[in-house]
Design a protein around this ligand. Structure first.
Ligand SMILES: NC(=O)c1ccc[n+]([C@@H]2O[C@H](COP(=O)([O-])OP(=O)(O)OC[C@H]3O[C@@H](n4cnc5c(N)ncnc54)[C@H](O)[C@@H]3O)[C@@H](O)[C@H]2O)c1
Ligand SMILES: O=c1ccn([C@@H]2O[C@H](COP(=O)(O)OP(=O)(O)O[C@H]3O[C@H](CO)[C@@H](O)[C@H](O)[C@H]3O)[C@@H](O)[C@H]2O)c(=O)[nH]1
Length: 434
């Protein structure tokens, strides 16, 4: 059993803290956001993530998990500190390292004993790990050591707890082999492959993994553009490709493209890393461009059917960047809503859990209304656009939807519905290549 401080209790930090506590460790989560800590101390979770509320509650009750805004309190007995703060994109696409550097400085200043510092935040290779190690060394009291271990996180939002307990691998990059082994020991109960490597390789493994998954999505979206022109069905194609084990069936869902707090920023950051080293990656720029283009294509398809979008009512189902989360960072749904409003459409939006997060991000607009349920959102609409892959949109009573709409167009931006069934009910069914 270890005493562990987790710095930053966002999506990654809170999940990591709760899962480490569940594995028997004593964990203190620290965040500079007092509001988050107040919520957590009251037993509330600051965001929506399946299984997490129960896990946090159980471990707080068992006395293994607590929360504070004080680094001193969290670091008092810490054997390890996990840095899980954000690395958002700068305007030039680089990863902003300021939260990580500040967290490292605070960890070092409040350390009263030697400990291992584990960098879970996604950070680019090319000097950043070295800089964090240097910040630690400069701010530690004499006689205290804090070797740095780079241990990138691979969880997905919406299945964060499951992914943490069932990881495909742990990647551990360190200069100090004893520190690397100590972090590897934490993963032993999870029985996953553990890759021990150097910090730069660990960092680049994370970016390469995200860029590869983003590439699969842009690739299938590129194929869907070709498929549409030759009258082929993209779902059949993806299925046929996916049977080939060398290709794999996952991440071949065509549609509005990827969003979220990771793929868009990490592909950009990888391009920026390459450019900093004098290499322009045409390939990564193409992945980003294809992805961005899907949103405009969806709006154009609606325009083709409805003519001028001005004054047309469009029901948008989904605001989150994917199902089972309230996260709207880089959500394709929000870009599409902005495009529709710009073209003069009246938007009626609904999401099972992400309305309040969307309201904080989208500027209020006279033509944008948030609705309490999917049926309210589609009522009186000329068209419906499915923007997020929530399962509940698949199981709506679509004949009820049809009879309550003013028009009959449905743009299925996530390939959720059966084209034949929808057309059979009298919808003008629009999608990417089917
Ligand atoms: N969200 C994901 O699915 C995911 C998955 C894998 C990796 N990552 C990476 O993990 C990192 C964290 O992502 P996230 O989505 O959890 O971010 P987040 O924004 O949800 O959480 C970051 C937290 O850190 C806190 N914070 C910032 N500076 C701090 C400081 N100096 N001291 C204490 N707290 C501080 C913030 O208040 C916030 O609560 C990023 O590098 C991200 O790229 C994210
Ligand atoms: O076939 C697919 C699969 C996904 N998506 C979209 O891609 C985005 C990302 O989805 P997903 O990867 O499931 O969610 P994230 O929570 O962003 O997780 C990714 O980003 C995390 C942060 O780095 C990594 O840890 C995870 O391994 C990686 O999957 C979402 O907008 C999805 O709608 C598609 O368009 N088609």
């Amino acid at each position: 059993m270890k005493h562990i401080a987790v710095i930053g209790v966002g999506y990654v930090g809170l999940t990591t803290a709760a899962c480490l506590a569940e594995l028997g460790h004593h964990v203190t989560g620290v965040d500079m956001d007092e509001g988050k800590i107040v919520l957590l101390r009251r037993g509330d979770i600051p965001f929506s993530e399946p299984e997490l509320p129960e896990l946090v509650e159980q471990n707080v009750r068992a006395g293994r998990l607590n929360f504070t805004t004080s680094y001193q309190e969290a670091m008092q007995r810490a054997d390890m500190a996990f840095i899980c703060v954000g690395t958002p994109p700068t305007p030039s696409g680089h990863a902003d390292m300021s939260q990580v550097e500040e967290a490292a400085r605070q960890v070092a200043l409040s350390a009263t004993r030697s400990l291992i510092v584990v960098l879970k935040s996604t950070t680019p290779p090319g000097g950043n790990a070295e800089r964090v190690a240097d910040i630690l060394a400069r701010h530690l009291s004499p006689g205290i050591n804090a070797p740095l271990v780079v241990n990138p996180e691979f969880l997905r939002e919406g299945s964060a707890v499951y992914d943490t307990f069932h990881p495909d691998r742990a990647v551990i990059g360190a200069w100090d082999s004893a520190a690397a082994e100590a972090v590897a020991a934490l993963y032993a109960p999870l029985r996953c492959p553990v890759l021990l490597t150097d910090p730069a390789s660990a960092q680049l493994t994370k970016y390469a993994s995200n860029a590869f998954l983003a590439t699969k999505i842009s690739f299938i979206n590129e194929i869907s553009r070709i498929a549409e022109r030759v009258g082929a069905n993209i779902h059949a194609i993806a299925q046929g490709m996916g049977f080939d084990e060398r290709i794999g069936a996952e991440f071949l869902e065509s549609g509005l493209g990827y969003g979220g707090s990771c793929f868009p920023k990490d592909v950009l950051a990888l391009s920026a890393i390459a450019e900093q080293q004098g290499y322009y990656s045409q390939f990564l720029h193409a992945v980003t461009d294809i992805n961005a283009g899907q949103r405009g294509l969806a709006v154009a398809k609606l325009g083709e059917v409805l003519g001028d979008l001005h004054g047309k009512a469009i029901g948008v189902l989904g605001l989150a960047f994917k199902s089972h989360t309230d996260d709207v960072r880089e959500s394709p749904a929000l870009s599409v809503i902005s495009m529709l409003c710009q073209q003069g459409a009246v938007v009626r939006a609904y999401d099972p859990v992400a309305t309040s997060t969307a309201q904080k991000v989208l500027p209020p607009h006279a033509a944008l209304e948030y609705c309490a349920d999917a049926y309210a959102a589609v009522r009186g609409c000329h068209a419906v656009l499915i923007a997020t892959n929530w399962p509940e949109f698949r199981s709506l009573d679509w004949s009820r939807v049809h009879s309550s709409m003013a028009g009959n167009a449905v743009m299925d931006g996530r390939g959720l519905l059966s084209p034949d069934a929808m057309r059979g009910m009298g919808f003008e069914y629009l999608a990417f290549a089917n």
